[in-house]
Design a protein around this ligand. Sequence first.
Ligand code: FAD
Ligand code: UDP
Length: 364
Amino acid sequence: MNILIIGAGFAGSVCARELAESGHQILVVDRRDHIAGNAFDIKDEYGILIHQYGPHIFHTNSERIFNYLSKYTEWYKYEHRVRGVVNGKEYPFPINRDTLNQLYDLNLTEEQATEFYEKVREPKDTVKTSEDVVLNSVGRDLYEKFFLNYTKKQWGLDPSELKAGVAARIPTRTNSDDRYFTDTYQAMPLHGYTTMFENLLNHPNISVKLSTEFKDVLNDDQHFDHIVYTGPIDAFYDFKFGHLPYRSLRFEHEHLENTEQYQSVGTINYPNDFDFTRITEFKHLTGQKHSSTSIVREYPTDAGDPYYPIPRDENEKLFKQYQALANNEEKVTFVGRLAEYRYYNMDQVVGAALNAVDKILGQK
Ligand code: FAD
Ligand code: UDP
């Protein structure tokens, strides 16, 4: 088959490689001037490897997905750590026993931390919203200190207006584990994401056309037996049911001369101050040694490239309308964070792409 793939991010590139391996001819197009989608990384003008679209930390519990990507990259072992600033002081985040001890000047054991949460939590019969999730696990004071304003800033919505899954990404801990993720596999591509994508796409059956809108390719005379679409699903259908809301970010990159290290950990969250949500210092993530450093601040916004589907019932309803059309397409497969309107992490997108390929090849 001649297959057109729209988007050179995780969804598109994994599909491209797998379909190429099965003997098909693949054309990948992306409107951006680079591969790797939102995982794109590049050395900035000072030689520091930065993530253009914000910090991307790879983590998964899936051996299959880790082994799959390991064919295209070696790894740098990295466990992400985050601290949240409240009233000018940094605390371990997600909230753990040390957060409680430092914040409230206590000396709780693990058992006492469990009792502490029991005392302060506001139990909910049904946990529907992100507000429910947090109040149900840590109660109002911690909710207001760490979650309420961060969420309002990130989404432009109150946590009560967002589905439970958003805040449920963040665990609550009774021990002192201060890692952001506890997945079995946590690592960064040793030579960066972009190099990993170059390896994925390096196959005699794959050609890549950048700075190309997919509709322009369809207008050419070329015939395609199948299309894999990884862009926003509403755009594919010319927004016929209306725009699906996606949240965007403005990234403010900064380089700091003569500063070997800017902050204590990879990411510092600022729930209650500033218009940005967090600052990430890339050298923590990549292990790069350099006498100066580069950081990024993330400013949430409605306008701009779509980065996050917004998990709310009303959006899910609108998505379902588009999905019904998508389900009837025999020659088009929709896969990825924007096409499936799912708050996927990178590993989940790899999994979704591998499943999509099985379907296209008639193996499922
Ligand atoms: P994308 O990477 O968005 O790729 C889609 C591509 O399609 C884009 O390159 C786009 O240009 C192209 N495209 C769209 N429409 C068209 C068109 N009409 N014509 C041509 N090309 C088109 N995940 C993690 O696991 N860990 C993290 O730490 C993490 N951090 C993140 C931080 C931020 C700030 C963001 C925004 C996301 C983060 N993610 C993280 C999620 C991760 O970025 C996504 O899961 C993953 O990149 C999605 O891959 P994708 O291929 O579905 O989409
Ligand atoms: N969150 C919060 N305070 C924080 C960090 C996260 O309230 O300090 C909430 C917020 O709603 C955020 C969600 O938890 O959108 C998920 O956080 P995560 O760090 O997983 O977001 P991502 O890295 O995907 O932007």
